[in-house]
Design a protein. Structure first.
Length: 441
């Protein structure tokens, strides 16, 4: 980036220097040409006045001043020529300055010679006797003028190049230094942007840094929680197995221990399954196959599957409402509803209810899962969808929950452009609402 800025500044310097040189030459040449024409008109008037008084003797004075003098009759015949033989010259009536002088009393013209480096200026005046007196002088053309100025222009170009290189290097360093310092310092923090144009860049860096820190915090907490959650059932399994191995549990006691080992193993497998699923959702490897899915149909299938578990907890289930078609992955949506219903069953009381309702509203399909369970205190609303977060840790473990169900719900909802809201009152129950974009088949 630094080299690119330097090259561009040098290019701007060169272009500016070139344009300045060209414009300077043109301005000076324009002034030079005006002066040549003015001097030629003045001298023509003087020679004409001298000719009127002294005749052809005035021509010798003009030649001394390095003017070319020509005397032309009214029919275009050359009567006198200071540089050439007048008798051998062609008729000059076609010359623009001669025609103009015969018609208006004065005429001017300039013509470039074949060398392209010299331009001849002509000024003609009609005399009292009807003849035309013409003076001519040669001067450099713009090209010749520029060639004459080539050496000083080249020297100026070298000076401008060196100056531009120095300025470009200094400006580049000053422009880039704050950006490089910002890039090297990994902690953007509350630092301000060095330039107003870099405010969005600094804000993006700050946002990325905050995201990175948050992601690191979540990974650290997740690792610590996974280690703790896995350690608990493994410790129980190891302890029960050791007692059986040592002959401390026989008969009915042995069967009780075996049942506990089976329960802890099932909990461990469920936990591992949830961790794998959450990892897949995090990494984006579990993209799923999106098709049209009926939320009501999926909810009824989930309710039917969990009815046996609900009966054991003495909780009744229901699914009602509109069909509610969305574009989604059927398995993911089924998992989402199952986690919400499962939570409603686990944290309910005997005789309680879990109701799933689907309705369409303002081009949205709304899924509501309500229970009559223990409810969630408002102080926990902000963290309830975090991994392994439990409102009542002792009761959560007793119920067999992994603490990952709502985290999985959140991920699946977000991957389907869903919006989650939570309503709960401690001791009365909880309602979790998810709004999905409607889909027309």
């Amino acid at each position: 980036m630094k080299q690119k800025i330097k090259r561009r500044l040098l290019a701007i310097g060169w272009v500016s220097a070139g344009l300045t040189a060209i414009l300077t030459v043109l301005v000076f040449y324009s002034a030079f040409e005006k002066q040549v024409r003015a001097d030629l008109r003045r001298d023509t008037a003087l020679i004409c006045a001298l000719y009127e008084e002294t005749g052809e003797a005035a021509f010798s004075e003009a030649v001394k001043e390095n003017f070319r003098v020509t005397l032309i009759s009214s029919d275009g015949t050359v009567l006198f020529e200071s540089d050439l033989d007048a008798g051998e010259m062609e008729n000059h009536l076609s010359r623009p300055e001669i025609r103009e002088a015969l018609a208006n009393g004065e005429g001017e013209d300039n013509r470039i010679s074949e060398s392209i480096s010299v331009s001849t200026y002509y000024c003609a005046r009609r005399l009292g006797d009807g003849n035309v007196l013409r003076l001519a002088c040669s001067a450099k053309t713009v090209f010749g003028f520029f060639l004459g100025a080539m050496i000083p222009v080249a020297l100026m170009g070298v000076f401008v190049f060196l100056l531009a290189a120095l300025v470009a290097s200094i400006l580049t360093q000053k422009l880039v230094a704050p950006i490089e310092a910002l890039a090297k310092d990994g902690n953007v923090g509350e630092k301000k942007a060095p330039y107003p144009e870099l405010v969005p860049f600094v804000e993006a860096l700050r946002f990325q840094q905050e995201e990175k820190e948050e992601s690191a915090r979540i990974r650290q907490e997740f690792t610590a929680n996974v280690t703790h959650e896995l350690k608990t059932p493994l410790t129980s399994i190891s302890g029960y197995a050791e007692m059986i191995e040592n002959g401390m549990a026989e008969g009915e006691t042995g069967r009780t221990f075996a049942g506990k080992i089976r329960k802890e193993t099932r909990r461990l497998l469920t936990l591992i399954g949830d961790i794998i699923q959450l990892s897949e959702l995090d990494s984006g490897t579990s993209k799923g196959t999106f098709v049209s899915v009926s939320l009501l149909e999926t909810a009824r299938a989930v309710v039917e599957r969990l009815t046996f578990f609900a009966d054991q907890k003495e909780v009744s289930l229901s699914a009602s409402g509109e069909e509610g078609v969305i574009l989604g992955d059927r398995e993911m949506i089924s998992e989402l509803i199952a986690n919400l219903v499962d939570n409603g069953i686990r944290y309910n009381r005997p005789g309680g209810r879990v109701d799933v309702n689907v309705l369409s509203k303002n081009e949205k399909v709304v899924l509501k899962v309500s229970d009559t369970g223990i409810g969630i205190p408002k102080a926990h609303f902000d963290r309830i969808f975090e991994r392994f977060y439990r409102v009542d840790k002792s009761r959560s473990k007793e119920s067999g929950g992994t603490g990952l169900g709502l985290a999985i719900v959140k991920h699946i909802a977000l991957s389907h452009n869903g919006e989650i809201s939570l309503e709960s009152e401690e001791g009365k129950g909880t309602t979790i609402t998810i709004s999905f974009p409607a889909y027309s088949r």
